[in-house]
Design a protein. Sequence first.
Lengths: 282, 321
Amino acid sequence: MSTVAPSQTPAAAAQRPARPAYRVTPARVLRSEWAKLWSLRSTWITLGLGLLFLVAFGLIAAFQFKSRITSGRPMDRDFADASALSLSLFGTNFAQLALGVLGVLVAAGEYSTGMIRSTLAAVPRRLPVLWSKATVYGLIVLLLGTVGVFTAFLADSGILSGTRAAMTFSDAGVLRGLLGAGLYLALVGVIGVALGALLRSVAGGISVLVASLMLVPGLISLLPSSWQTHISPYLPSHAGEAMFALHHDATTLSPAAGLVVFLLWTVLALAGAAVRLVRSDA
Amino acid sequence: MIEAHQLTKRYGEKTAVDRLDFTVRPGTVTGFLGPNGAGKSTTMRMIVGLDAPTSGSVRVNGHRYAAHAAPLQEVGALLEAKSIHPGRSAFNHLMAQAHTHGIPRARVEEVIELTGLQSVARKRAGAFSLGMGQRLGIAAALLGDPATVMLDEPVNGLDPEGVLWIRNLLTSLAAEGRTVFVSSHLMSEVALVADHLIIVGRGRLLADTTVQELVRQAGGDVVKVASADPARLRAALAGPGVEVTGRAGSEELLVTGLPARTIGLRAAEQGIALFELATRTVSLEEAFMDLTRDAVEYHGTTTTAESAAAGAGAESPRSAA
C-alpha cells in the first residue's frame, strides 16, 4: 500500500465547499445501468456471440440449402418448405440462448457478486433498477437482433437468388418476420433479466430460461393431443415463433396474437421480478 | 444522525435484532460494538434499507433512507467489503454509482485519490486484495459526500498503515461535523477513535454510553494491597469515594478510588508493613467482555483466548512503597 500517505489524505477531505445538490432520477438510473452493462467484458463477448450466431448460422443454412438443390439430393424435412426468411432466421434459436443468458447475468450476476448491495444502496426505491436494466438491455438486444437478422437475410437472399427459396424485402411477411425476430430476441433478453431478478441465481435463471424456451415444448407432446392443441400455441416459444414465422396454420397463433401472448409472458416475468425485488431483503 | 426506534429483525425463530433503540449523533465517532453475530451488520443493512425491519423503524437525518432524493448524499455505507462486480474496474464501479445521482466524474477521481487507489483504479476490482477492496468500499461510501458515514468493520484486512489511515479518516470526518458510525467486534480498535459507544449482544442493546463512562462503570482502577494488619489499614484508607473490599481472614484488600502511591504513603504513616501493592488497570476490553459475556453467540470450547485477553493489562505492578 505504498500509494498512500496517511497523514495527508484525511486532511484533503477536510475543506469541502457547500454540498452540491445531487438527485436520483429515472434517466440517471438508466445511465448507470447503461454504464454498468458496457463496463463488463462478458457483455461484449456475449453480444458478439449473439450477433455471430445470427449471421453465421443464417449463412450456413442458406449454403446448405443451395448445395442440396444444386446436387439434387433429396431435401430433408427441415429444408422442404424453406424460404430465404426461414433460412436467415436459422440462427435465432442459438442467439436467443446467448442473449437470454446475458439477460439473466445482467440481473442475477449482481446477486452472485454482491454488487446488488451497492446498486440498491444508491437506488433504495429498487424498482427503477429493474425497469432500467430491462429497458437498457431490451433496447440493445432489439438493435443487435434486428441488425443481425437483416444482415443474415440480405446475405441469404444473395446466395439463394434464382432458387425457389429466393425472397426480397417486398415479399409478403418478410419485413414483418425480420422485425418480429428482432423483437422476439429483445423480449427473450428482457425475460432473461426478469428471471435473473426473480430467482437471484445465475444457474437458476438460466435453467428456467432454457427450460421454458426449449424443454417445455417437448414435454407438452406428452399431454393428450386434445390438450396440446389448446396449450401448445400459447407456450412462450411457440407464441414467439409465431411473431416471425412466414406461414401460419390452425395450430399456430397469428403474428399479432403471438406478439401479444409473448408480451404477456414477458410482463408476467417482470411482475414476478418486481414483487420479489420490492418484498425480499437484498 | 441515525435514529433507531424499537428496531427488530427476525429470521424465522431467530431474532437477529431485538427492539434496538439508539441515536447516533453528528460530530462524533460512534462505535457499534458487539461480538460476532450480535446483529451489527443486520442493523446496518436495515439503516440503508437492504433489509426491511420486522417491526420498529430506523431513520436517517429525519427520514427513511429510501425516502431521500439523494440517498448517497445522506449515508455513505461500507457494508460487506465485496459489494462490487469483480469484472468491473474500480473506476467504472464508482462511475456507475455516481451516474445514479448525477455525481460528476471529478468527484469520482477525488475519492479515488482520497483512498489511494489511483494506481489500480483501472484494474478489475476482482483482483484487489482485501485491503484494496476495503478502500474501494470506503471510496464508494464517500462518493456522495454524505452527512452520515457508516462503516461495517472497516479495518478488517487492512495493514497497520491502512488501519492508521482509517482512524485519521474517521476522526477528520467527525470533525467536519458528519455523523460517523463504525462497527467492530474489537473494543481496543474502537476505543481509539470513538467517543460514543453502542454495545449490542444477541441483538439487544447492552449499553449506550461513552468510553469514559464505560471505564467508570467498570469500577476504574483497582489496587490490590496485602498487609500485616488489613483491619487497621482498612480504617486508615477509609474516606469518601473510597471502597475497600477484602475477605475476612485474608491479608489482601482491593481498593478503588485511591492510587497505589497514596495507599503506600498512608500505610507508612500508620507503620503498617505492606507485602504487596499492585495496580490492576481496568481494560476496556475487559469491561466490554464483562458486558457481553452472556451475549456471546459462539463460545469457544476452551477459555484460553478469553483469559489471555483479560489478563492483558491486568495485575501490572506500578509502584510500591
